[in-house]
Design a protein around this ligand. Structure first.
Ligand SMILES: [Zn+2]
Ligand SMILES: [Zn+2]
Length: 135
């Protein structure tokens, strides 16, 4: 007859598969089940570890395209222009990029529809005659 310990019942751990005394099992929130003491302590250590703060990526609005990219760049490096009209054609489109001579705001302008007729920021009128002539 083998002497059998009735007080120490060993059961396999569901996480690591090792046999461990049932009295040592703990509910691990990480695993969502009862695990052995070794697994419990291991998971506690890993969960205590401070995770690096997530790096927020600069969010871009839906429909972001290269034109908007260009606009953003132009708005960043606002040039001090006098009351002259600064524009940059967008090849292959009816649009060009205008830098308002009044407030230096940069925006898209449709050269076919002459829209917008004024700076959307300061309402400074765009000299439309510039676009009525061939470039
Ligand atoms: Zn385990
Ligand atoms: Zn303006």
């Amino acid at each position: 007859m083998l002497p059998e310990s009735s007080s120490q019942v060993k059961v396999p751990c569901k996480a690591c598969g090792n046999l461990a005394p049932s009295t040592e099992f703990q509910l691990d929130y990480h695993e969502g089940k009862m695990v052995c003491l070794a697994c419990y302590q291991k998971n506690r250590k890993t969960s205590i570890k401070p995770s690096p703060p997530p790096q927020p990526l600069p969010e871009r609005p839906p429909g972001w395209d290269e034109e908007d990219e260009l606009l953003e760049q132009l708005n960043k490096q606002k040039k001090k222009t006098k009351d002259s009209l600064d524009f940059k054609e967008l090849p292959g489109t009816d649009k060009c990029i205008i830098t308002c001579g009044q407030c230096t705001f940069t925006f898209k302008f449709n050269t076919k529809q002459f829209y917008p007729p004024a700076c959307p920021y300061c309402r400074h009128k765009i000299p439309l005659e510039v676009f009525k002539k061939p470039f």
